[in-house]
Design a protein around this ligand. Structure first.
Ligand code: 6PG
Length: 250
């Protein structure tokens, strides 16, 4: 299925969607490494991608050229790396601790600063070293999740970070979620990626999936609708429940 801005795949359940996404991701990763000898991969947080990470660790630990893969995050909760809510901790436990990726290739968002503002600037400075001399980072592959309220990464409805037009990384404070302090890539940083994959499942996300397809985007109400890639390809990987508002019954 296609919309004006995205390719949409629907599967019976999350494990099936995760396996299909893993296959596409691994193919794209091999192509990028073959072309550039390096692949930058942005991981999503939250709980949905855990099944994808588990599957990548179980099935592709030995076949992915991990020494050429560099790992980043789209957002991070501003908590210690050992905290149960850390996105980096989840990714390490589900994937990175189980594959032969050099530690130097793993670039978590820093949460050991007192001030999230300083942490955001430090991550951005690191990124500007990776993507040298460009206005926006062109991540090769990016995974994103979707909140029931239409947020993605840590770009929440009504957030001042949604208006960011220069910074690559921003600190946010979201009182309605736990933990409230976070770091996030900004919308232009998301939108300059080459390949962006949303992995979303569950009936509670159906409304958000529908609103994320609106054209023109409604960035304040549904930040995910503003993920509109400048050059790249956007693909949604959904289970039937999450897709229930956009797939018309036959
Ligand atoms: C985070 C994520 C966030 C997540 C959505 C969906 O740090 O929470 O990056 O954007 O992808 O909130 O979360 P679930 O997968 O847990 O539903």
């Amino acid at each position: 299925m296609r919309t004006a801005s995205a390719e949409i795949h629907v599967y019976p359940d999350l494990p099936t969607a995760s396996r299909a996404l893993a296959e596409r991701l691994v193919g794209q990763l091999h192509e990028v490494v073959g072309r550039k000898n390096r692949c930058t991969l942005v991981l999503a947080g939250g709980s949905t991608p855990q099944s994808l990470y588990d599957y990548l660790a179980a099935e592709y630990a030995e076949t992915i050229p991990w020494e050429h893969v560099h790992i980043f995050w789209g957002d991070e909760r501003f908590v210690p790396p050992v905290d149960a809510s850390s996105n980096a901790r989840m990714a390490r436990e589900a994937l990175l601790d189980h594959v032969p990726i050099p530690r130097k290739n793993i670039h978590p968002m820093p949460t050991d600063y007192d001030d999230p503002e300083v942490a955001a600037r430090a991550y951005e400075e690191m990124l500007r070293g990776v993507f040298d001399g460009v206005a926006w980072p062109a991540f090769d592959l990016m995974l994103l999740g979707l909140g029931a309220d239409g947020h993605t990464a840590s770009l929440f409805p009504g957030s001042v970070a949604l208006k960011e037009s220069e910074r690559w990384v921003a600190p946010v404070e979201v009182p309605s979620v736990e933990p409230p302090r976070r770091l996030t890539l900004t919308l232009p940083a998301l939108n300059h990626a080459e390949q962006v994959h949303f992995l979303v499942f569950g009936a509670e996300k159906a409304d958000a999936v529908e609103c994320a397809q609106v054209d023109p985007p409604n960035v304040e109400r549904c930040p995910a609708s503003a993920v509109r890639l400048v050059h790249g390809t956007l693909t949604w990987w959904l289970d039937a429940e999450a897709a229930s508002r956009i797939v018309k019954e036959k």
